[in-house]
Write a protein of this length. Structure first.
Length: 78
């Protein structure tokens, strides 16, 4: 399992910084992903983000948040 987690961490580390226009959206992905709608994505595209950027940043943010929560759970469990 450690190898796979290391691979996920490498994906996140290798993702370029997100455009400023994506900051509110990525916070939404981090804290309440279940509320993301097509309109949110369309707004990013209208602001000049590419589909690839939206996809890559969404996946990297979701992975990062999942790993953060996993690390927190491991810490709590000792």
């Amino acid at each position: 399992m450690t190898k796979q987690l290391d691979q996920l961490r490498a994906v996140v580390a290798g993702t370029p910084p997100a455009p400023d226009a994506m900051s509110a959206y990525l916070e939404q992905v981090r804290t309440r992903a279940y509320t993301v709608t097509d309109a949110d994505v369309e707004g990013l595209l209208a602001a000049g983000c590419t589909e690839d950027e939206v996809f890559e940043q969404t996946v990297a943010t979701a992975i990062s948040e999942g790993l953060r929560r996993l690390d927190a759970a491991k810490w709590v469990l000792g």
